[in-house]
Design a protein around this ligand. Structure first.
Ligand code: NI
Ligand code: MN
Length: 225
């Protein structure tokens, strides 16, 4: 059985007895992070897009742990130039890794690096591990093709951005959950910065009223999948 832990913002850890997978590990410079980058012992690091609050500490974590960064082709090239092991993918593609399957999904957003260089197109991801599928939306606005994502894979847990301004806000995120129809939804990408200061309980109340299971996680806590 795998464990899913919320590291604040869009950062997650998925762990089972053999592997640790980090998604968008943004710890250094993140005022809400419960851990330091040095605490993360990840075999694989999934990066949804090149913005600093998602690329985060991926390169140092990969290098410190002999880990592999799974991301789009452009970000993979950048990380490889910085000395990290990478596995390039792109939107629509899936691959079986030792821990499970990753499929890259579309996201409507940007993806430049903090230094302004080109980071390809942003993405979300489906991660299937120990028979459970997690959908991490990445940073995105709502899009109707989310319905296809929910139709083609049963989504056990949807990690959805609710912070508004840069991504979907609460009401769009509730609609996105209706499109995807997951067993459980957990909000993310809120409160880290003043401009995304929204109340996750408001999201929880609204999505629960639509009949969905929702959990708002404290930073550093998680669930068994
Ligand atoms: Ni972003
Ligand atoms: Mn972001």
């Amino acid at each position: 059985m795998a464990k899913l832990t919320y590291l604040s913002h869009s950062s997650w850890l998925i762990e089972n007895s053999n592997f640790t997978v980090a998604i968008d590990p943004f710890l250094e410079g993140n005022p809400t992070a419960p851990l330091k980058a040095a605490d993360i012992k990840a075999n694989f690091i999934i990066v949804t897009h090149a913005h600093g609050d998602h690329l985060g500490d991926s390169i140092p974590i990969a290098k410190a742990n002999d880990g592999t960064i799974i991301t789009n082709f452009e970000i993979a090239n950048y990380c490889q130039e910085k000395g990290a092991q990478v596995h390039p993918m792109h939107i629509g593609g899936a691959h079986e890794f030792p821990f499970g399957r990753v499929k890259m999904t579309p996201a409507w957003h940007g993806s430049s690096f903090p230094d302004g260089s080109y980071g390809g197109t942003p993405a979300g991801c489906l991660v299937t591990i120990d028979g459970k599928t997690i959908y991490h939306t990445g940073d995105t606005g709502i899009f109707l093709d989310m319905k296809l994502i929910g139709e083609m894979d049963h989504i056990d847990v949807m990690l959805v951005n609710i912070g508004d301004n840069f991504t979907m806000g609460i009401d769009d995120a509730v609609k996105a959950v209706e499109f995807v129809n997951p067993d459980l939804v957990i909000p993310m990408h809120y409160k880290t910065f003043d401009v995304i200061e929204v109340d996750p309980q408001e999201f929880a109340d609204k999505v629960r009223a639509k009949g969905f299971n929702v959990r708002v996680l404290e930073y550093g806590t998680g669930i068994e999948l």
